[in-house]
Design a protein around this ligand. Structure first.
Ligand code: AMP
Ligand code: GLY
Length: 432
């Protein structure tokens, strides 16, 4: 078969803005004929046939992939990766992009990732792991504040508590370990030193040995302007980060990226897929705050539109161990994504409101405007809101300021009842 022939069938697993961005990018591949998405959303439908299979239903996913002769499955989300979806596909002889269960633990257990960093000298905040609430409470008596408590397992980005006082921290330990607010994610916890500095997200492709860094990005995790309010899945992003300087990059190349990939290999947990490095640029240099084992959401919405490579080539190189043959290329511009949420997110919000103006943004894709669906659904009334984070409106610009102005302009073209957004996405760039 001519490898450039448009003959591949791809299955994407997930249903958010990240998966919409992946579906859009994969649809641009010169090799892809047909895309399926499980379960998908109303935006993904434009590029993919969406099938109602749950992301944790591995028998149904693998049966579907076999039935449709899928050539490549791309896992967007953390939960199925941590639960072993890649192992399930491989056991059926199916090609799949993402880390196996034994490697996805890099995201799935914060205690594991902290111990890995300590063992291999990868710079991170000082910490202790606990599997018993009383020992954790006793430790707090002599700790310095503020201090950071982290539930060990996956908790939708909400299992991290920054505590200013002993009282708050004690209440936090109780929430995580005794009341099990984050479920089994709180069977163990990490207590770590509070760091200050700029946060940067750096995503990378990894083939087990080689790591290729993508352009940098920054998320805005709090719900409200000025970084106030509750933590969310992410309210907006910009890329590149002006704070990710050449100096920072050199440090991370030397002490963090390759060191992490080598450490995983040395542990018998060879990592293939995406490693997302969540970094804090402290006065003493970059420190790893966390690892994720997949694209960020909404980091993907600003990084992928700037990527020049055919993403299917890069994913296949990760699977085949040939990433060293690939040079990643990104456009020399900037992108900003503003998340349009339902008012009340992340606590309580209504769904089912008709969304207007989607076509206005779509008509301007060639000018660098995109609308990526997160929580939407197609109904008889049209496309309606169906989640806390509803849409991600991304716009490019020659520089970050232009991209931000464009993104906020496009955010006005789309409307629905109870529409909520932050107004200061990318404001930090004014200080760069
Ligand atoms: P994580 O899920 O580990 O990235 O934590 C979520 C958020 O909590 C991060 O994006 C940071 O804003 C904050 N955070 C995590 N660890 C620390 C730390 N050691 N010091 C200060 N802030 C932190
Ligand atoms: N935006 C942060 C994440 O995807 O975890």
């Amino acid at each position: 078969m001519n490898m450039r022939e448009k003959a591949m069938k791809v299955l994407i697993v997930g249903s958010g803005g990240r998966e919409h961005t992946l579906a859009w990018k994969i649809s641009k591949s010169s090799r892809v004929e047909k895309i399926y998405c499980a379960p998908g959303n109303a935006g993904i439908e434009e590029y993919a046939e969406c099938v109602p299979i749950g992301v944790l239903d591995f028998p149904a996913l693998t049966a579907f992939a076999k039935e449709k002769s899928i050539d490549l499955t791309v896992i967007g989300m953390d939960d199925p990766l941590v639960a072993g979806v890649v192992d399930a596909f491989e056991a059926e002889g199916l090609r799949v992009f993402g880390p196996r269960k034994g490697a996805a633990i890099l995201e799935g257990s914060k205690a594991f990732s902290k111990d890995l960093m300590k063992k291999y000298g990868i710079p991170t905040a000082a910490y202790e792991n606990f599997d018993d609430a009383n020992t954790a409470l006793a430790y707090l008596e002599t700790a310095k504040f503020p201090i950071v408590l982290k539930a060990d397992g996956l908790a939708l980005g909400k299992g991290v508590l920054i505590c200013n006082t002993l009282e708050e921290a004690k209440a936090g330990v109780k929430e995580i370990m005794m009341d099990k607010k984050f479920g089994t994610a709180g069977n163990q916890m990490v207590i770590e030193e509070f760091l200050t500095g700029r946060e940067v997200s750096v995503l990378s492709f990894v083939d087990g040995n080689t790591v290729r860094i993508m352009t940098s990005a920054q998320d805005h995790k709090r719900a409200g302007d000025g970084d106030t309010g509750l933590n969310t899945g992410g309210m907006g992003t910009f890329s590149p980060s002006p704070f990710y300087t050449k100096e920072v990059d050199e440090f991370c190349q030397k002490y963090i990226y390759q060191a992490t990939v080598d450490a995983m290999k040395a542990e018998g947990r060879t990592f293939k897929g995406i490693i997302f490095f969540g970094l804090m640029l402290t006065e003493d240099g970059p420190r790893v705050l966390e690892y994720n084992a997949r694209f960020g959401d909404p980091e993907a919405q600003v990084v992928i539109p700037r990527m020049k490579n055919d993403i299917v080539d890069v994913m296949e190189a990760c699977i085949d161990g040939t990433l060293s043959d690939i040079t990643l290329e990104f456009e020399d511009n900037a992108a900003v994504c503003v998340v349009l949420a339902s008012d009340g997110y992340p606590v309580k919000y209504e769904k089912g409101f008709v969304i207007r103006g989607l076509d206005t943004v779509k008509a301007k894709e060639d000018d660098g405007y995109y609308v990526f669906h997160a929580g939407t659904k197609r109904t008889e009334k049209g496309i309606v809101t169906n989640g806390g984070r509803v849409l991600g409106v991304t716009a490019k610009g020659h520089d970050l300021k232009e991209a931000r102005a464009n993104a906020y302009e496009a955010a006005r073209w789309v409307d629905f009842e109870n529409k909520y957004m932050r107004h200061d996405i990318g404001k930090a760039i004014d200080e760069a």
